[in-house]
Design a protein around this ligand. Structure first.
Ligand SMILES: O=C(O)c1ccccc1NCC(=O)[C@H](O)[C@H](O)COP(=O)(O)O
Length: 229
């Protein structure tokens, strides 16, 4: 594998708990409740036509409330192959995100261009891994993004599938950027997961849901407790 473990490259000390992002929120009260439980980041989906998509006005309302009550929490807007116009508009006015998560086919140059146009924003690139070899793509993004999100690949959905990456693919690997592990994360997987991999953050969505976009707050709390145990 291209990026082997090396002491100087480990970005998160293994003794500290990874950050937790809860993704796919559609309701402001749920988002505030999850922030109050201690989540580090809340994600809202900006991909129209997907089941957790939140339109402009409610997204701004949700992000505004988070900004007001939990100013240090990361407000993540998940988009796929966005136009410049869509991004520029979303970063103006009330209820802006602090992080743009690029979840489509965005090449490094597009990520870099976004960072140059909006230096105030944090840019994460999601890589949906079909095989361990897909980790080679990481090299291309090192100078172009602030962080990576490694997610499971699915032929018919961009994200929120509940599919898990094999931990073997990541167990002997360290990455040159802060990285989040996504895909099928829930409380009962945490002991094995944290025993084998050392991501800077964990991103969870569908396995914590009652239905797409609506979280079971007990499952969210159980995940946060398991990560911090
Ligand atoms: O979650 C969605 O519905 C979604 C739709 C379109 C693009 C991306 C999407 N989700 C991205 C995420 O960051 C999810 O949290 C990630 O895929 C993990 O989801 P899950 O496996 O359900 O925990």
């Amino acid at each position: 594998m291209i990026l082997r473990r090396s002491a100087s490259r480990i970005l998160r000390d293994q003794s500290t708990a990874p950050a937790v992002k809860i993704c796919g929120l559609t309701d402001t009260e749920q988002a505030l409740a999850i922030a109050a439980m201690g989540a580090d980041a809340i994600g809202v989906i900006g991909v129209a036509g997907t089941p957790r998509y939140l339109e402009d006005s409610p997204r701004r309302g949700l992000f505004s409330q988070l900004q007001l009550h939990f100013p240090s929490l990361q407000r993540v807007w998940v988009v796929a192959d966005p136009s410049n116009a869509m991004l520029d508009a979303s970063l103006q006015g009330e209820g802006t995100p602090t992080v743009i998560q690029l979840h489509g086919q965005e090449p490094p140059a597009q990520c870099q261009a976004l960072r140059q146009r909006h230096p105030e924003i944090t840019v994460w690139k999601a890589l949906r891994l079909r095989s361990q070899d897909d980790l080679h793509a990481v090299k291309g993004y090192v100078q172009s993004v602030d962080g990576l999100l490694l997610d499971a690949w699915s032929p018919d959905q961009l994200g929120g599938t509940g599919h898990r990456l094999p931990l073997d693919w990541l167990a002997e690997t360290t990455l040159p950027l802060p990285w989040w592990l996504a895909g099928g994360i829930s409380a009962e997987w945490i002991p094995e997961l944290l025993d084998r991999v050392t991501p800077d953050g964990l991103d969870a969505s569908s396995r914590l849901e009652v239905r797409p976009g609506w979280k079971d707050l007990e499952k969210v709390n159980a995940l946060l407790s398991a990560v911090r145990a």
